[in-house]
Design a protein around this ligand. Structure first.
Ligand SMILES: Cc1cc2nc3c(=O)[nH]c(=O)nc-3n(C[C@H](O)[C@H](O)[C@H](O)COP(=O)(O)OP(=O)(O)OC[C@H]3O[C@@H](n4cnc5c(N)ncnc54)[C@H](O)[C@@H]3O)c2cc1C
Length: 492
């Protein structure tokens, strides 16, 4: 008892002094820009390790966005590791057990696999039968506010409503010392041994450190359906057809999100054809299950149409002393598979392990931090490479633009119909439960081979030799889909 009180007292004093430094001198161990998904998770994790943290956010109002609404089981597990799982409570979140993939009206139920994740295996080994992993879907803004409340409860973190405008650099060493900001209309500055930028997809700061920009070939347009009658409640719905994919998932007791992928320059969504409303009414509605159409049509009439670019940005190693870019500022993939938050929370878990104060006592030790960042870049790949490659490759198949991609799309659906490991593997990867890139390659090429086989055998017998020749093109297309994303993951 005496010991713990004695050891608690100096820590409290330290924490008090650190708070004074943050409040009066705007100085901390770490300055984080952006209290979104990644920034909140990282601030909380570092605060829990006894680091003094300043978290800057340009608006503490509840965000009203169409992103980050379905958290995969691998993200839920990471939230638990961060001690933030309770942020999923009291937001009317919906349990997600897997997906309902609908291909030209035909359905396949794809449940998250029972025993595939590390923790499930561990639990089994201990003799505890764990249920199937679960994801959660919710209103993004409500979840963000819960994350922010959680961070605000951490005594080692000061959350400041301010917009970061520029970096503060040391004139002699060029290392980053913090950020300039505008707070309540006045210029201000915040200093940290380490500055973490997590300002999201449209990062203001990324451009100074990378010459490449995110690539975006389509947008997700969003509607909020009220009391939609979904074919498979508690599942994400993926609708596949001859146009780009459509997603439907419940985000509250009464609300369902519809995300409609619209590729750039799509004729049916052009202004001349009547714009996106025309596309939704004349192209999308007929492809929906009949039971969903009334809620969808009502939403077209009622909602303000909103969109977000679907971006791809491979990660690079952070090499600037004193600065790290993370979250969407560092790495993005197509949101089709709902992987962004799972990546962000797992990155926060991994980085807080690498930054453990027992390993790196002071975060202004730039050599130690940069070395940890090199480790981070490669170690995160087991999960993030899988999620990134899968998202991009599945999007190419699901938005099939030519005959070969359509053959692969059909092969993919037929593969799911085989059930068992043909479902458990892909959805385990997508859910952040299976973290082994070779499992992705195995399933991808199994899909390619099945697609080739179906391409050859389906159709008139007389055309068999022609189709056998054409199947080479299908295989080539599969490689063309996958390899650029593998190479993107191999860059340092
Ligand atoms: C259409 C769409 C749908 C998606 N759906 C899903 C999904 O279902 N599941 C999933 O896991 N992922 C999804 N994602 C991806 C997910 O939203 C992101 O990966 C995730 O939000 C990234 O978190 P972040 O912290 O990097 O950025 P954000 O969550 O965007 O947070 C950035 C924060 O920085 C603040 N900020 C910005 N500039 C400044 C500044 N200068 N000063 C101070 N603060 C600043 C912003 O206000 C914001 O709070 C989707 C993405 C898109 C485009």
């Amino acid at each position: 008892m005496t010991t713990s009180t004695a050891s608690a007292a100096p820590r409290e004093a330290l924490s008090h002094e650190a708070k004074r430094m943050r409040d009066e001198y705007h100085s901390a161990d770490v300055v984080i820009v952006g209290a979104g998904i990644f920034g909140c998770a990282m601030a909380y994790a570092l605060g829990n390790q006894g680091r003094s943290v300043i978290l800057l956010e340009k608006s503490m109002k509840q965000p009203d966005r169409i992103v980050g609404e379905l958290l995969q089981p691998g993200g839920v597990e990471a939230l638990e590791k961060l001690g933030m799982r309770d942020c999923l409570e009291e937001i009317d979140a919906i349990k997600v057990f897997g997906y309902d993939v609908i291909y030209y009206g035909e359905e396949v139920k794809i449940s998250y696999p029972q025993v595939a994740g590390d923790s499930s295996i561990r639990e089994k080994a201990k003799g505890i039968e764990k249920g199937r992993p679960e994801g959660r879907s919710f209103h993004h803004g409500r979840f963000i506010q819960r994350l922010r409340q959680k961070v605000l409860s951490n005594p080692n973190v000061s959350v400041v409503e301010a917009t970061a405008t520029d970096l503060v650099r040391c004139e002699w060493t060029d290392q980053i010392l913090g950020v300039e900001a505008i707070r309540q209309g006045e210029p201000d500055a915040y200093f940290g041994g380490l500055t973490i930028i997590a300002d999201g997809y449209n990062s203001k700061f990324r451009k100074a450190f990378r010459t490449d920009a995110p690539i975006s070939k389509s947008k997700f347009w969003a509607l909020e359906l009220i009391d939609a009658d979904l074919p498979m409640p508690n599942h994400g719905h993926v609708l596949l057809s001859d146009s780009a994919p459509i997603l439907l998932y419940q985000i509250g007791t009464h609300e369902t999100r519809a995300l409609i992928d619209i590729p750039e320059n799509l004729p049916s969504a052009s202004l001349a054809a009547g714009g996106v409303k025309n596309h939704l009414t004349n192209v999308v509605v007929p492809k929906l299950p009949a039971r969903v159409r009334p809620a969808f049509t009502a939403a077209i009439a009622r909602d303000r149409l909103r969109s977000m670019p679907n971006s791809f940005l491979p990660a690079t190693t952070n090499k600037t002393p004193g600065l790290i870019l993370l979250g969407d500022a560092l790495n993005m993939r197509h949101p089709l598979t709902g992987g962004g938050m799972t990546v962000a929370f797992n990155d926060a878990v991994l980085l807080s392990e690498l930054f453990d104060p027992a390993v790196i006592p002071a975060l202004d030790d730039h050599a130690a931090v940069l070395s940890a960042m090199r480790t981070f870049h490669w170690r995160r790949k087991n999960l993030t490479a899988v999620i990134n490659i899968l998202a991009q490759a599945l999007y190419a198949l699901f938005a099939a633009e030519d005959a070969q991609l359509r053959a692969l799309q059909q092969g993919c659906f037929e593969y799911f119909k085989l059930g068992g490991n043909c479902i458990d593997g892909p959805v385990g990867l997508l859910g952040g439960i299976i973290r082994q890139p070779f499992v992705l390659f195995y399933h991808f090429f199994a899909v390619a081979l099945l697609s080739i086989w179906l391409y050859i055998v389906r159709g008139k017998t007389v055309l068999l030799p022609v189709r056998a020749l054409g199947s080479v093109g299908v295989f080539f297309k599969a490689c063309q889909v996958l390899f650029p994303y593998i190479f993107a993951e191999l860059r340092s």
